[in-house]
Design a protein around this ligand. Structure first.
Ligand code: PLP
Length: 405
């Protein structure tokens, strides 16, 4: 019998390990800042009111069945999702040169996009992609899985706890022409550091000059600023400038549908004819991977995107989440700077955007927070702002103050 002796034991996923340690901790004031999911002010998962409404509509729809969806997904969902990210009046959509495929949330979109490029992208040399340093850890594994080797491009500058803009531009300039660059559309994970609109313009110019390809990952549209259009600005401006690109889209965070796995991959092609060919190949790939995407979450999001009243409700729910997080940033900043007079500058807490914040603390200080204060965060000093609330904010600020003194 196969003993599997050659199978090495893999290390546990670091985030899931952190969550397990948090759960096992009996300290009453423990705080979990590792989690990448929204929590309300009572640290509870939040089912968006608009999702409750949409669920009610779905459950009362007598025509509903459980047939397979088309291979590329629910058409009303993918069409609505494309408009959401590219803009409802997007010329690329009107010209029929976009391809939209429903995927297993953002992870599945990244995978399908990576798989498609590994088969059909005209690589200039070895198959490789440039990822921001740092990035969502899963990006490395997703590209390696399909035989595309990840390389880093300069992104984060620890000395400013901000963007290493000149390094980023040099990476773009020095990469072989026609390289693929993965860009976080907004709310960069893990740093919370995004380029400004002017910086995006400069990035787009170099990408065009060098003939690079932009692989956008958009996991937080609306969640970053509270405004769906504002968070899509970089993607839309790249499309307008004619940068060749694809976009991975997730509804996990902005619709709170984490476990439903709702997402899409959008490829913007130069012509309708090219789009038709790309669509045919994405269908072939999707067929062998999952046959057909799941229907429930896509139906919910389709209702929300295509019903004007629900869409307005959703925008309100998004503002609720984004503004609670922005409010936590302000309050954390105020306690650190005005009350505790914690050493160092904390401006980055306000400047950073989205679910995550890079605090700038070192691995020893992160470790001290976990071990002495029962505040759980990753060793890189990243905190999930969603884990902060009116009940634990002061305790966290005081604990942070202690470890940096
Ligand atoms: N991309 C980034 C940058 C993320 O942070 C995440 C989630 O944490 C995802 C993609 C994909 O998440 P999901 O597969 O749950 O949509």
């Amino acid at each position: 019998a196969e003993s599997w002796n050659e199978v090495p034991l893999a290390p546990p996923d670091s985030i899931f390990k952190l969550t397990a340690s948090y759960k096992a901790d009996t300290f009453p004031q423990k705080v979990n800042l590792g989690v990448g999911a929204y929590r309300d002010d009572d640290n509870k998962p939040w089912v968006l009111p608009v999702v409750k409404k949409a669920t009610h509509l779905l459950l009362n729809d007598p025509t509903l069945d459980h047939e397979y969806l088309p291979i590329t997904g629910l058409p009303e969902f993918t069409a609505g999702a494309a408009k959401l990210i590219l803009g409802s009046d997007s010329p690329a959509i009107k010209e029929g040169r976009t391809v939209s495929v429903q995927t297993i949330s953002g992870t599945g979109a990244n995978h399908l996009g990576a798989l498609f490029l590994s088969r059909f992208y005209h690589f200039n040399g070895p198959k490789q992609i440039y990822l921001s340093d740092p990035t969502w850890a899963n990006h490395h594994a997703i590209f390696r899985n399909v035989g595309i080797e990840p390389h880093n491009y300069a992104y984060y500058d620890p000395s400013t706890i901000g963007l290493h803009f000149s390094g980023f531009l040099s990476s773009l300039r020095n990469a072989p022409s026609r390289s693929i660059f993965l860009l976080h559309a907004c709310a960069h994970n893990p740093t919370g550091v995004d380029p400004t609109p002017e910086q995006w313009d400069a990035i787009a110019s170099v990408i065009l000059e060098r003939g690079h390809y932009a692989f956008f990952d958009c996991a937080y549209q609306g969640f970053a600023s509270g405004d769906l259009d504002r968070d899509a600005a970089a993607v839309r401006s790249f499309v307008e400038k004619g940068v060749p690109l694809l976009v991975c889209q997730s509804f996990a965070k902005n619709a709170g549908l984490y476990g439903e796995r709702v997402g899409a991959l959008h490829v913007v092609a130069p012509t309708k004819e090219a789009a038709d060919r790309v669509r045919s190949q994405l269908s072939v790939l999707q067929r062998s991977e999952i046959s057909n995407p799941p229907s429930h979450g896509a139906r919910l999001v389709s209702l929300i995107l295509n019903n004007p009243e629900l869409f307005e409700d959703w925008k309100q729910d998004i503002r609720t989440m984004a503004h609670r997080i922005i409010d936590m940033r302000q309050k954390l900043y105020d306690i650190l700077t005005k009350e505790l007079h914690t050493p160092g500058s904390w401006d980055h807490i306000l400047k950073q955007i989205g679910m995550f914040s890079f605090t700038g603390i070192n691995p020893d200080q992160s470790k001290a927070l976990v071990e002495k204060a029962h505040v759980y965060l990753t060793a890189n000093g990243r905190i999930s702002m969603a884990g902060l609330n009116s009940h634990n904010l002061r305790y966290f600020a005081e604990s942070l103050d202690k470890v940096v003194r």
